[in-house]
Design a protein around this ligand. Structure first.
Ligand SMILES: NC(=O)c1ccc[n+]([C@@H]2O[C@H](COP(=O)([O-])OP(=O)(O)OC[C@H]3O[C@@H](n4cnc5c(N)ncnc54)[C@H](OP(=O)(O)O)[C@@H]3O)[C@@H](O)[C@H]2O)c1
Length: 168
């Protein structure tokens, strides 16, 4: 998680940013996550690594703003991709195509963005309206429920496999 979400971001930046600085031109979109906006229990390393991406991008944006380089921190909520295994896109869990089309329209306008209007509303509610302690508590509860569901399904699968092996 640290290699994929943190080390790779630093190394890619090191590869591309010096050339951009020479030409005073360039755009870097770093994909953080809404999980990086506050701690998410049971996704702790993911959440912390995404907070790194957000801080890193916003700090660098300030360093390179005067040279005309855009560095944007993108913090999506759920998008229906391979990673989330969401099969049915909805308004708040859009297809990648819909999300990206919306996100790209914010480049140059926002240095930190949820990238998609329904996600921006969710971001506003979870950072400005609901107290952080409640957001963390609800995140923990949601993830505990999800984990319990997963472990129960796995136990059932193992039991079923054990029974069918005995019958064989
Ligand atoms: N989808 C969401 O709801 C959501 C929300 C917030 C943030 N994000 C962020 O958006 C980014 C893209 O994710 P996605 O949702 O588009 O998921 P995705 O469709 O599954 O894409 C993830 C990509 O990362 C690659 N990858 C995974 N593990 C890797 C590893 N160990 N080494 C090298 N490459 C690896 C995958 O390669 P393969 O194709 O070869 O598997 C795939 O190309 C991620 O940084 C994720 O944290 C996603």
């Amino acid at each position: 998680m640290i290699n994929v979400n943190i080390t790779s971001v630093c190394q890619m930046t090191r590869l591309v940013l010096p050339r951009m600085a020479e030409r005073s031109k360039g755009v870097i979109l770093n994909i953080s996550s809404a999980s990086g906006m506050y701690p998410v229990p049971l996704l702790t390393v993911y959440s912390a690594s995404k907070a790194f991406v957000d801080f890193f991008s916003r700090g660098l944006q300030e360093e390179y703003r005067r040279q005309g380089i855009i560095i944007q921190s993108v913090l999506p909520f759920f998008v229906a991709t391979k990673m989330t295994r969401i099969r049915k896109p909805t308004l708040d869990k859009p297809t990648p195509e819909r999300y990206v089309a919306s996100e790209l329209s914010t480049v140059g306008l926002q240095s930190q963005t949820n990238g998609y209007f329904p996600h921006a509303v969710m971001g506003w509610v979870t950072t400005k309206v609901v107290p952080i302690s409640i957001v963390i508590f609800l995140g923990a509860r949601m993830n505990r429920l999800q984990r319990t569901g997963y472990l129960n399904r796995r136990r059932l699968r193992e039991l079923r496999n054990g029974t069918s092996k005995k019958n064989d």
